[in-house]
Structures are given as structure tokens and as C-alpha cells.
Design a protein around this ligand. Structure first.
Ligand SMILES: *[C@@H]1O[C@H](CO)[C@@H](O)[C@H](O)[C@H]1NC(C)=O
Ligand SMILES: *[C@@H]1O[C@H](CO)[C@@H](O)[C@H](O)[C@H]1NC(C)=O
Ligand SMILES: *[C@@H]1O[C@H](CO)[C@@H](O)[C@H](O)[C@H]1NC(C)=O
Ligand SMILES: *[C@@H]1O[C@H](CO)[C@@H](O)[C@H](O)[C@H]1NC(C)=O
Ligand SMILES: *[C@@H]1O[C@H](CO)[C@@H](O)[C@H](O)[C@H]1NC(C)=O
Ligand SMILES: *[C@@H]1O[C@H](CO)[C@@H](O)[C@H](O)[C@H]1NC(C)=O
Ligand SMILES: *[C@@H]1O[C@H](CO)[C@@H](O)[C@H](O)[C@H]1NC(C)=O
Ligand SMILES: *[C@@H]1O[C@H](CO)[C@@H](O)[C@H](O)[C@H]1NC(C)=O
Length: 912
């Protein structure tokens, strides 16, 4: 035992040395300090087991540790004192290793942006770490490990495991109870068989780890007889059926398989789990089946989550017999028929989510008796009948209420005082008056009213109530109100398609998202921008597109530095683009399309270093194409302006560029021969690339997706998935097409039509395997159409008309061809043209595929017509939570979701 003198440097001791009493206390305190110090020294004395230490050290050698998490891990120090390590008091054996990485949740996260894990542990994860015989707890979650290394440190061979051989005990690892490797996103695990070595395991979390190749994961998990909790969310799992025997989890309590790739049916083993199971989450898969017709073995289940699948058929009434049930989430499926009355018996129920199904009939009145209910969400179902206070009479704990259906009539007593105070209300299809009880909800934070013809009168009362909430969304209502005297102070204001009139409302500095899209607002934007205020402006998202704004963009942008997105498309704004926009250093998206701006694009915009999309289409802008754009630009849309001069070669240095649209200008000269330097166009990475961002607020978050609008058949449709596209059509470009363009192997759409281009199409066009649409029409191209075009399997729109192509049309290119694809080329022959190739032509194929109807109307943009089906893919996308792509959004161009912390289990994150 060491006795060490304790040097008194404790400042709190010194400060207390003021009076006599304090001196006494001081002595006592120091005595205590000494005793405690000795205690600490005692444990220092006890060295950790050397074998354990060596295992830990060999783990450390495989790890890269950028932030020095493991600096205390050196042999001279007792390994029981190392960071994250805990030992058994008496034996000195290592029992716990707890090294999760903590990452910050940023306020603004771009879609696809990975969490910054530059400070987390990375490198290889040495599995022999698990040879620590007495280790019972291992948590390495949320780090950045890239691979699992199986090689054993000891003599025993574990190597076989990596080859998928049956497990054999290579060391005693039966003490491990808790294993968490979740959210090491880049960790690819081909083989999970080794897991069965840990036969005592009670908690296993591999969420977010790639297990794609592991088809037999279920078998491995059933080899763990003590398993209580199994978390395999977002693991890219595909097979939910046991390969060999029945999946016999005997003690499982929690099963989380959310966000995988399970298709087809719910497996029968799920309904025969032990009577211990109390939480099942299979949300966000693509499961198609019905629920069983008879009561399965789930009697103690408390939480049953099957949302965001394709489940169909009726909601079975046996659910009403699950007396312990606290959470039932069947939302976002295709369940049909009535909501069973029996759900009214689930007196423990706290959350009931049935929204976005095909449920019809009336809302069972008994649901109004579920006094524990906090969440009741049944909107977006074809429910009918009358909704009145009787449906909600006993719900004194209700916080989150969502209800809308075209056939549902809201009929509340205007005097009714609800027993609840809600946080969130979402209503839709209101026709008469707003239910008066809404105004009694003094705790309300979030309000959504959609698709309603209700009168919001008296508007003064409504605005003074609603504008104070944190989040307010009014969509597709008829609010015939003048907004010029309304003051908004919500963090999120989302007023879309409401027929709002008058001038732009005032906004307070708290407003972060202001969306007033598709209304009838008029007047100048300067009232909003140039209003003098010393407070820091927080506005990040400004969308006033599709209104009737007029006047110039005033030079007041210096005040709005937090702006990330500005969307003023489809207004009547005029003047020059002001220099002060260059002060918007956070700006990522600038949409000014379809206004009447003129002059040059100001040089000051080069200071917007984060600019990703610049959409200035359909104005009267002139001058040369900016050659000073920053590296982050992904979409450059300058179509339909008066730009002149050459296409600057500096564009080739924009390595992120995915969309270049310079069509319908006065550009001349050649196409630059350096386009192959644009790396983003070399891969089809963009196919899965969504543009937008998530704004995180305390308690909720908003996903705002931004489109790159594309012209399809003359109409503009929003692309949520970015395409790699080059459109240089309708200019005065001359010369031949540089071969480098055929090196852009990720290119999906190429339009060079209506120029003065010459030369032939080279065989190399066959390299553009991602190509979906190509239009070379109305140029002076010549030569034969290369056979290699037949290899373009995705090609669904082809236009080579009005050139001088000759010879036989290669078979196979009919794929993307319509009857106009080849017209105006007098020397072309073969299908689908009616002109038969002369027999001396190389081929003797005279088979006609179809007759050409010459009466078909020619449309300027019909080249893209066929591309529509294939290219326009809108789907689900999620980082943290649900994004419902609403059919209503077809003409809108952002998706939206707001989640509430209180009600939603964070799916992809376990640590915060
Ligand atoms: C990640 O964070 C570190 C500081 O912790 C910073 O130096 C680095 O630039 C960040 N990386 C990215 C991509 O933001
Ligand atoms: C494995 O553990 C058991 C009991 O925990 C013990 O009896 C046995 O000796 C250990 N075997 C090895 C190889 O350490
Ligand atoms: C399941 O059955 C297999 C084979 O019958 C057995 O090896 C395994 O231990 C069982 N698992 C559980 C959790 O009972
Ligand atoms: C509900 O829908 C089913 C078809 O899914 C239909 O047979 C039934 O009549 C409908 N019930 C009501 C009340 O509309
Ligand atoms: C707008 O609401 C009306 C009902 O008031 C509905 O019929 C219509 O489909 C809604 N429009 C959109 C685009 O959702
Ligand atoms: C823009 O102004 C013109 C007249 O200058 C008018 O015809 C047009 O309807 C206006 N557009 C909008 C969207 O208000
Ligand atoms: C394109 O890349 C090549 C090297 O691959 C380089 O020599 C050339 O200067 C680049 N051109 C432009 C315009 O960036
Ligand atoms: C086409 O020509 C090939 C030889 O090039 C010959 O084998 C084939 O029989 C011919 N087909 C027809 C329909 O004449």
C-alpha cells in the first residue's frame, strides 16, 4: 500500500480559508481528500490482468484515433484506469469497454451529408478483442470502423470464422452480455457467424452496419439462447426467412428490424415468438402481406410498429386482445376496411397511428375512452361520418392529434372545453368553421390545416393565435386574406396554395423557414428585406415563388446572411441581380427563374462559395456565362436568356457539376473539349442523389428538398433525383462534338439540338451506358449511326432528326426511337423508317417494326417524352425519419415532414 502526501492545490479549500469555522471545515475536508486519495491509490496498486492488457493493446494498434481518445492507453498505466475500460474490483480482469463516439447534430444537414466523424475511432476493429474472457459490456457504437479483423492474438485459431465455418470455441467469451457496434456506417460485415460464440449475449445492436451479404443472419441470432434485445435496423438485410430451422428465439423481448429490405410476407416465426416479446419494429421495409386472421402468440406485446410497408387487408380485431399494448403503429400501409371497434378496449394504449391507409367507415366511438392515449393519428384515410367531442371525450392525456378525410364531417360544440392540452394538431378537409376548441389549446406548438374550404374568420383572431406557434403549416386552403398587416413569428411558416393576397407579411427575427409559395401576394419584396432591425435574422429558407411580386430585388441582402435558399421563381421581378447577394455566404440554392431580370450575373456572387444550384432560367440576362463559379456548384441553369460568347472552359473545373443547362441563348464557338474533367459526370452517383437539407430544431425537424427542374415535353417537372444532364440546345454552337464528351460515362441526358454542329457520331457513344435521352436534331451531323448505340440499354428518348445521317439504322436503337427520331435525314434507311435499305447495304434485314404515322404532331420537346417514365423516379428517402412523398407534391417541389421528438423514436440514432 502506498501512502502519498496530498499536495493541497484545491482552490475551493483555499477560498474557504477565510474564517475560523472555515479553517475547521478546511481541515476536515483535507482529511477527507487524503482518505479518498488513498482509496484511489489503492486501486492504482491493483494492476489489471496482463493478458487483458495485451489484448487491449493489440486492439489499439489496429485503430486510428484522431482525437486521442486512447491516449491514456499505454502500458505503464494500469489498464483498469484507461479511458473506457472497467475492471472487476477484486480480480482486475477487464469487464467493460465503453468507447462510443459522440457526434453533434448540426442545425442544418444537407441531404446525403455524412456526419462528421473525423474525431471518431476508425480503422479496423479487432475481433480478438472479444477474447477478453471477462468482458461483459462492449460499446463501440457510432465510431467509424471500416472493417472487422478476425485474426486471433492468441494461439487459438479463430480464423476459420471469417470463412464461415461453424463456430467453435476459440476462447472463453461466454461472459459478454452487451455488444453494441451500431452506426459504424461504413462497416461491412460479410459474415456474422462468429456472433454465436457469445452464447450469453443478452443485448446486440448492429444497427446501421452493412450486413447485406449475410443471408443467414437469422440462424446465427437464434444460436443466442439468452438474447433479450436484438437491434438490426438499417442493416440492408434482405432475407427474413430462416434458412434451416424454425427461428426459435426463446427469451427475446425487443426485436428491431426497421428499415431493411424485407419484401413479401411477414414470416410466421414473428408471430410465434416467446411470450416475453414486448417490442417489435418492422417499419420501413416493403412487406406486402396481411396480418394473421387469428390471435398470434404476442400476448405481452407493448409496442408493435409496422409502419411504412405495403401491408394490406383488414386490421384484425384480435389486436384488441393485446391488453398490454401501448403503441400500435400501422401507418403508411394499405390496410383497408374499418378500424376495428375492439381497439377501444386497449386501455393501456398511448400511441395509435393509423394514418395513410385505406381505412373506411367511421371512427369507433370507443377510441374516445382510451384515457391514456397521447397520440391519435388517423388522417389520410377515407373515413366517413361525424367527428365530434364524443370521439375525444376522455382523452385527457392527448398531445398529438391528426385527423383528416374528405368524407369526415367535423361537428364540435362551439362551447366544448376539451380535457386535453395538445402540442400538435393536424387537420384537413374542414368545410364549415374551424373547431372553436382549437383556440383553447394554450400549449400548442405545431398546427397544420390542409385542404380546407373552411372560413378562418375572424381572421384577426386566427392570425393572433397561429402566428405565435413554433410551427404553422397551411396548405391548399382558401384563406381570402390580405397579409400585409400580419406579423409572423413562428420558426417555420409554411403557407402554400392558400390564395393569400396583398403585400408580404412582416416577419420577426425568429422565423427560420418562410414559405409563401403559390399564393397571390403582390408588391415589392423590399418591405420584407429592408425593414430596419438590429436583431440577428435567422431566416434560412425563403420561398415566395409563384406569386405576383413586382419591382426590383433591393440591395438589402447584407442583413440576411443566414439564408441558405432563396426561391423567387415565377414572379414579375425585374432589374439587375443586386451585388449585395454576394454577401450571402451561406447561400446554397438560388432560384430566380421566370422573372424579368436583366443585365449581367454580378461578379459578387463568386463570394457565395457554397452555392450548389444557380437557376436563372427564363430572364433577360446577358453578358458571358460566368467563369468564376465556385467548386460546389452542382446545377447551372441559365436556359432562355441572352447570354453570348463562348462556353467558358472554366466550367470543366467544376467537379461537382451534374446539370448544365445553357440552352436557348446566343452562345457561339465550339463545345469545350475538357468536359471530361467534370468528375461528377463520370459516375452515375447522381442517380441516388437528392438535393436538399434537413433543418433540426429543438423538438422537431423539417426536411426541405430542392429540385433541379427539367424541361420535359415542354413542361417543367421537378427532378428530386438529380440527373447528369447537359443541354446546350438552341444556340449557335459550331464545330464538331469533342470526343471528350463521350467519356462522360455517367451522363444520362445530352441535348445538343438546334446548333450548327458537324461531324459524325463516333463508336465511343457506346461508352455512355447511363444515357436515357439524346437529342442531336437540327444540326449538320453526318455519317452512319454507329452500331454501338444499340448497347445503350437505358435509352428511352432518341432524336437524330434533321441532320445528314446516312445508311442503315442499327437494329436495337428502336428502343428510344419514336417516328420522329430519324426524320429529315434523306439518306437514312431501315426500321423504323418506311424507307427500305437497298439490298447492297451491309445487312439484309428488311423487317419492319411498325408503320409510321406521319400525322403525329411534332413537339419541340418530344425528344424527352419517352424519357419521362424511366427518368422521373420519385421515391422515399430518409436520413432520420419519414419523408412521405405526397401526391400533392407533384407540382410542388419539395417534400416535407416534421417529426416530434416526443412521439417518434429516432430510428437511425441511439446516441445523442
Ligand atoms: C469535421 O470536423 C473537424 C473538427 O472536428 C473539422 O476540422 C473538419 O473540417 C470537419 N470536416 C467536415 C467535412 O466538415
Ligand atoms: C472458460 O470458463 C469456464 C467458466 O467460466 C472455466 O471453467 C474454463 O476453465 C474456462 N476455459 C478457458 C479456456 O479459459
Ligand atoms: C434453436 O434451435 C437450435 C437447433 O434446434 C438450437 O441449437 C438453438 O440453441 C435454439 N435456440 C434457442 C434460442 O433456443
Ligand atoms: C370499405 O371498403 C371496402 C372495400 O375495401 C368495401 O367493401 C366496404 O363496403 C367499404 N365500407 C364502407 C363503410 O364504405
Ligand atoms: C385541395 O383541397 C381540395 C379540397 O378542399 C381537394 O379537393 C384538392 O384535391 C386539394 N388539392 C390538392 C392539390 O391537394
Ligand atoms: C406579370 O406582369 C404582366 C404585365 O406586365 C402580366 O400580364 C402578368 O400576368 C404578370 N404575371 C404575374 C405572374 O403576375
Ligand atoms: C483537364 O484535365 C487535364 C488532366 O486530366 C488537364 O491537363 C487540363 O488542364 C484540364 N483542363 C481544364 C480546362 O481544366
Ligand atoms: C441475311 O444474310 C445472312 C448472311 O449475311 C444470311 O445468313 C441470311 O439468311 C440472310 N437473311 C435473309 C432473310 O435473307
Amino acid at each position: 500500500m502506498w501512502i502519498v502526501f496530498l499536495p493541497i492545490t484545491n482552490t475551493s479549500c483555499v477560498i474557504m480559508d477565510a474564517s475560523l469555522i472555515f479553517k475547521l471545515k478546511f481541515l476536515l475536508l483535507c482529511l477527507l481528500c487524503t482518505i479518498m486519495f488513498n482509496f484511489v491509490m489503492c486501486s492504482w496498486n491493483m494492476h489489471c490482468n496482463e493478458k487483458d492488457m495485451n489484448i487491449l493493446l493489440s486492439f489499439k494498434t489496429g485503430v486510428t484515433d484522431p482525437s486521442g481518445m486512447l491516449t491514456s492507453w499505454f502500458p505503464k498505466l494500469d489498464c483498469c484506469q484507461w479511458k473506457g475500460v472497467k475492471c472487476d474490483n477484486t480480480t482486475g480482469r477487464v469487464t467493460q469497454l465503453n468507447l462510443p463516439c459522440h457526434t453533434n447534430r448540426h442545425k442544418l444537414v444537407a441531404f446525403g451529408e455524412k456526419e462528421n466523424k473525423s474525431h471518431c475511432l476508425t480503422g479496423e476493429l479487432n475481433l480478438p478483442l472479444l477474447e477478453l474472457e471477462f468482458l461483459s459490456y462492449l460499446n463501440l457504437s457510432n465510431n467509424d470502423f471500416k472493417s472487422i479483423q478476425y485474426n486471433s492474438t492468441s494461439n487459438q485459431k479463430c480464423d476459420d470464422l471469417s470463412r464461415g465455418n461453424p463456430p467453435h470455441p476459440c476462447e472463453n467469451s461466454t461472459n459478454l452480455l452487451y455488444l453494441d457496434l451500431s452506426y459504424n456506417y461504413d462497416l461491412l460485415v460479410d459474415n456474422i457467424h462468429w456472433i454465436s460464440l457469445f452464447s450469453s449475449l443478452q443485448y446486440l445492436n448492429l444497427g446501421g452496419v452493412h450486413l447485406r451479404k449475410e443471408i443467414d443472419w437469422l440462424q446465427s441470432m437464434t444460436m443466442l439462447p439468452s438474447l433479450l434485445e436484438l437491434h438490426l435496423a438499417s442493416c440492408h438485410l434482405e432475407n427474413i426467412y430462416p434458412l434451416r430451422e424454425f427461428a426459435n428465439f426463446t427469451s427475446l423481448q425487443v426485436l428491431n428490424l426497421a428499415d431493411n429490405r424485407f419484401l413479401d410476407e411477414l414470416p410466421s416465426w414473428l408471430f410465434n415468438l416467446s411470450c416475453n416479446i414486448f417490442h417489435i419494429d418492422l417499419s420501413r421495409n416493403k412487406i406486402h402481406s396481411q396480418l394473421p386472421k387469428t390471435l398470434p402468440n404476442l400476448r405481452s406485446i407493448k409496442s408493435f410498429v409496422l409502419s411504412h410497408n405495403c401491408l394490406k387487408g383488414p386490421i384484425p380485431s384480435w389486436l384488441g386482445q393485446l391488453g398490454q399494448l401501448q403503441e400500435l403503429d400501422l401507418s403508411h400501409n394499405s390496410f383497408s376496411g374499418p378500424i376495428p371497434e375492439s381497439l377501444g378496449k386497449l386501455s393501456s394504449l398511448i400511441k395509435l397511428k393509423l394514418e395513410s391507409n385505406d381505412l373506411n367507415g367511421t371512427l369507433p366511438e370507443d377510441l374516445g375512452q382510451l384515457f391514456n392515449l397521447e397520440t391519435l393519428r388517423v388522417s389520410e384515410n377515407p373515413l366517413t361520418g361525424i367527428m365530434s367531442e364524443r370521439n375525444l371525450s376522455s382523452l385527457k392525456n392527448l398531445k398529438n392529434f391528426s385527423m383528416s378525410s374528405p368524407g369526415l364531417i367535423f361537428h364540435f360544440d362551439p362551447e366544448w372545453l376539451p380535457p386535453f392540452q395538445l402540442l400538435n394538431i393536424e387537420l384537413g378537409h374542414l368545410s364549415d368553421k374551424l373547431p372553436a376548441w382549437i383556440f383553447t389549446q394554450s400549449s400548442l406548438k405545431y398546427l397544420t390545416i390542409a385542404d380546407s374550404t373552411t372560413s378562418f374568420e375572424p381572421l384577426d383572431k386566427f392570425w393572433s393565435f397561429a402566428t405565435q406557434l413554433e410551427y404553422i403549416s397551411l396548405r391548399n386552403n382558401t384563406i381570402n386574406g390580405d397579409m400585409s398587416n400580419v406579423s409572423l413569428s413562428s420558426k417555420v411558416v409554411w403557407f402554400v396554395e392558400n390564395n393569400l393576397r396583398g403585400g408580404i407579411p412582416h416577419i420577426s427575427p425568429q422565423v427560420v423557414v418562410l414559405i409563401l409559395r403559390n399564393n397571390s401576394l403582390s408588391g415589392s419584396i423590399s418591405h420584407l428585406l429592408c425593414h430596419n432591425s438590429r436583431d440577428k435574422r435567422n431566416l434560412q429558407y425563403l420561398d415566395m415563388s409563384y406569386n405576383r411580386l413586382t419591382g426590383e430585388l433591393t440591395d438589402c441582402w447584407n442583413n440576411w446572411e443566414s439564408l441558405v435558399l432563396i426561391n423567387l421563381r415565377f414572379n414579375n421581378l425585374t432589374g439587375r441581380i443586386p451585388d449585395s447577394m454576394g454577401s450571402l455566404s451561406n447561400l446554397r440554392f438560388l432560384y430566380l427563374k421566370s422573372n424579368k431580370f436583366f443585365g449581367e450575373v454580378p461578379f459578387s456572387l463568386r463570394n457565395c462559395k457554397n452555392l450548389r444550384i444557380l437557376d436563372l432560367c427564363r430572364n433577360n440576362l446577358s453578358g458571358v456565362i460566368p467563369n468564376w463559379l465556385g467548386q460546389s456548384v452542382e446545377g447551372l441553369e441559365l436556359r432562355s436568356n441572352q447570354f453570348s460568347g463562348n462556353i467558358p472552359t472554366q466550367l470543366c473545373q467544376l467537379h461537382s457539376l451534374m446539370v448544365i443547362s445553357l440552352a436557348s441563348n446566343r452562345l457561339s464557338g465550339p463545345i469545350p473539349n475538357c468536359l471530361h474533367n467534370i468528375t461528377a459526370m463520370l459516375s452515375n452517383y447522381s442517380a441516388a442523389h437528392k438535393v436538399g437539407f434537413t433543418l433540426n430544431f429543438p423538438g422537431f425537424s423539417v426536411d426541405l428538398s430542392c429540385s433541379i427542374p427539367m424541361l420535359i415535353k415542354g413542361n417543367e417537372l421537378p427532378y428530386f433525383n438529380v440527373m447528369n444532364a447537359i443541354d446546350l440546345s438552341s444556340n449557335n454552337l459550331s464545330g464538331s462534338v469533342p470526343l471528350e464528351i463521350y467519356m462522360l460515362t455517367g451522363l444520362q441526358s445530352l441535348n445538343l439540338s438546334h446548333n450548327h454542329l458537324v461531324g459524325t457520331i463516333p463508336q465511343e457513344i457506346g461508352n455512355l451506358l447511363q444515357l436515357e435521352a439524346i437529342d442531336l436534331s437540327a444540326n449538320n451531323f453526318s455519317g452512319v449511326i454507329p452500331e454501338s448505340m444499340s448497347a445503350l440499354n437505358y435509352l428511352s428518348a432518341l432524336n437524330l432528326s434533321f441532320n445528314n445521317f446516312m445508311g442503315k439504322i442499327p437494329s436495337g436503337t428502336q428502343l428510344g426511337a419514336t417516328n420522329i427520331s430519324y426524320m429529315g435525314n434523306p439518306h437514312l434507311c431501315g426500321a423504323p423508317l418506311t424507307k427500305i435499305c437497298p439490298p447492297d447495304e451491309k445487312s439484309n434485314n428488311t423487317k419492319l417494326i411498325g408503320h409510321v404515322d406521319d400525322d403525329d404532331k411534332l413537339e419541340v420537346y418530344s425528344w424527352f417524352y419517352m424519357g419521362l417514365g424511366m427518368g422521373f423516379v420519385v421515391g422515399f428517402w430518409g436520413v432520420f425519419g419519414a419523408i412521405l412523398f405526397n401526391r400533392r407534391c407533384r407540382h410542388a417541389y419539395f417534400k416535407f415532414v416534421h417529426r416530434m421528438y416526443h412521439f417518434v423514436i429516432h430510428r437511425t440514432k441511439s446516441i445523442y
